[in-house]
Design a protein around this ligand. Sequence first.
Ligand code: SF4
Length: 692
Amino acid sequence: MTAVPTHCPYCALQCAMWLHPDDGVAVEPRDFPTNRGGLCQKGWAAAELLDPGVRLATPLMRDRRDAPLRPVTWDAALDRIAAEVRRIRDAHGPDAVAVFGGGGLTNEKAYLLGKFARVALGTANIDYNGRFCMSSAAAAAGRAFGIDRGLPFPLTDVGTAGTVMLVGANPAETMPPLAGHLPRPGDGRALVVADPRSTPTARAATVHLQPAPGTDLALAYGLLHLVIARGLADHAYIAARTTGFEEARRVAAGYWPARVERITGVPASALETAVELLAAGRSRGGTVVLTGRGAEQHSKGTDTVHAFINLALALGLPGRPGCGFGSLTGQGNGQGGREHGQKADQLPGYRRIDDPGARRHVARVWGVDEADLPGPGLPARELLNALGTPGGPRALLVFGSNPVVSAPDAGRVQRRLAALDFLAVTDLVRSETAEHADVVLPAAQWAEEDGTMTNLEGRVLLRRRAVDPPPGVRTDLEIVSALARRLGHRDGFPADPAEVFAELRRASAGGVADYSGVRPDRLAAGEPVYWPCPAGGPPEGTPRLFADRFRTPDGRARFVAAEHRPAAEETDETFPCHLTTGRILAQYQSGAQTRRSPTLREAAPEPYVEMHPLLAERLGCADGDPVRVVSRRGTARAPARLTERIRLDTVFMPFHWAGEQRANLVTNSAPDPVSGMPEFKVCAVRLERDRP
Ligand code: SF4
């Protein structure tokens, strides 16, 4: 078989690669505008996931909670799920069965899962792990611009911008090929990084702003204050293209540099330098402001993203050539995963589920009565917290997600899963969540099935089948289709990805994320297609948004103002340090996949607690000593890693490991009131020396 062009199974950069199926499934980087022939360590090791030794190969089932999982036939496993769904639905109503999806699922899977929940199960309760990833950025972009596309311009625009600002993002470690687009020392461009840690990205910056965790909102208003005070705001742009500036100006007036320095710890001089660079970039190829999870995963995440959008609007960036505001999507299909209906409040086409017109359109495509479509369900955090409670879901079907490791306050999630009457997990590996399941279904993966993904630029990509799945493994679409049939829906749930994509295009027509004009032949040829791509429009869709107008009803972008407020949990005498968490180069998300890759396991075998040497001295521990990170919710264990690159009041833990090494045993699930995003990125902890 000849080499197959495809894309990486991991993050939202979706780097292009060749797969050589006849060569032990070898990976070779492929030139593409985003990765420009590069891959990170995870991409190079991606084929290791296809090894039968690391993945599930047969359905598993247990008859009682205290019995071990044992191999069973597909019929036995699917029959059991269908029987449990019917039993629980009959006893407790349709909302007692819930679905939890994932941001790594293809567009087709996300679409069919949303339809399966609303039509075959009749439940309102479907949400997905992307709620824990992009929801604050999505909520703010939707409100400010009328549309949420992570980058509203191709990534190559970042590569030509004179100034790039990154807030709470570390692409040098999380998406190394993306870092190739960033300004580099000596290339005449400027990089401004805001991060409590001196990450590899921050160390390459022209100026590094190192705010205390949870203070990015005040930082943004400090920058806006200076932009206005120095006469650097673009008042012609503000007048012509925005609304709400006066309120943002009023709030920004209260964030003079000395006050911002007191709140954030960032010196006023560094704020001044950052503002000069942001303003100067406009005449040097452009200025781009980008946020990541570090700014967004907070109980005030939506307001924080709005604050940086306000800054970008005041500088006149969005829609201007070479300039803009964006958010760096994390999960492989973090963009497409939030467009096609697996979100509690949405229908396909990124439509609101409570919009009567949207319900009418989608009901027509699905061939159901719109009155039978459920309304909004519980968002992810509330959904997980309600499992097994009186009136809450009694059964949960999980597809491609591992909340036992990846959800905040993970100990509580584990207890809620144990309280369920029934749990089924579909995954390619026997994840920590699968260990709690009554039925586990083995799913095919990226190189074994066709499917489309939408990368962080809103570009739709084709991931192709290069090898056959192992015997005994089925695709998620085949699984959903088989379950729907068992629940009485003989039609409407095809297992063929091309058929599902054709229906997805019809369902999305006229929506915010309109895919109706996305031609499969263009995707197969590797030609660019960016949504919105309405039928009858340009075949390449819309690479750049906002050139003439924003997608709000009046065509203007919105300033949305909010005051800084403390994190949901502040440090005190008992819990004197901030904990912040994040990703590292050789691991990905809950680690369920990457911890099974020999190459990546060797590169990053265990977690660590990054802390300042002076903090370690107070604790009486040396580099490598085992420590406990204790919060009001739980305790995580890992060796200490000493570095002066972190603030004295802050410790960092990567979140890719399981068991007692789970950073999310400690994190706070306090939600953002707008997006439902939990406060992953800051909570109060104390450190203790652990047993050796
Ligand atoms: Fe894969 Fe992301 Fe690494 Fe690219 S940067 S190779 S998409 S994990």
